[in-house]
Write a protein that binds this ligand. Sequence first.
Ligand SMILES: C[S@@+](CC[C@H](N)C(=O)[O-])C[C@H]1O[C@@H](n2cnc3c(N)ncnc32)[C@H](O)[C@@H]1O
Length: 191
Amino acid sequence: MNLETAGKIWECSLILGRYLIKQSYFNKIELANKNVLELGCGTGILSIILGKQGCNVLATDLPQVEALCEQNISKNNIASQVKFKILDWNQSKHKTDCLIDKKQIDILVASDPIYNQKTFDSFFAQLKILYEVIPNKPILYLAHKYRHDEFDKILEDKIEETELWFKKVDSEHLDDLWKSQQCVVYKIGKF
Ligand SMILES: C[S@@+](CC[C@H](N)C(=O)[O-])C[C@H]1O[C@@H](n2cnc3c(N)ncnc32)[C@H](O)[C@@H]1O
């Protein structure tokens, strides 16, 4: 099975996980018992980190990623907190299926989901649909690895085109040990 980019842990997932833990430690965000939806979970590392913090997480990715992610969930004994479901941003039939057993989603997370221009449109089309169907319009925490200036400009334009607001998290709020000049955490929300 060709896992492509899903087969390794990307540093953004650790940076985002540690940032959210730090936010929770300083009571800026509540994680325990919150329903979290992760887009493009890959190995499932971020979902597992959040599951260990007491979140109920729905980790989603392409069909070929299911076996690896399920295995990691099981090896980390976190199946009570973290479930995997297929959610392919290019398949409209999957677009809301994943929400059936999660009427309310409190937090959206995505770690390095956009790594080439092809993924821009499908990721943002997916996001648009999610914001249409999730009633409480949760914040999306998006960790993004810097690739080049033009790419970042397209990302920020795309966020605005999707009628979402964004804020870059100041690096002083990231975990001291887990930060990188190459990785930006965005807070994104619906106007
Ligand atoms: C760079 S990897 C990041 C993986 C993981 N979030 C991490 O940070 O370790 C990008 C992820 O996006 C997923 N992805 C790409 N296109 C997708 C699509 N159309 N639908 C759902 N997931 C997709 C890939 O399978 C991969 O797991």
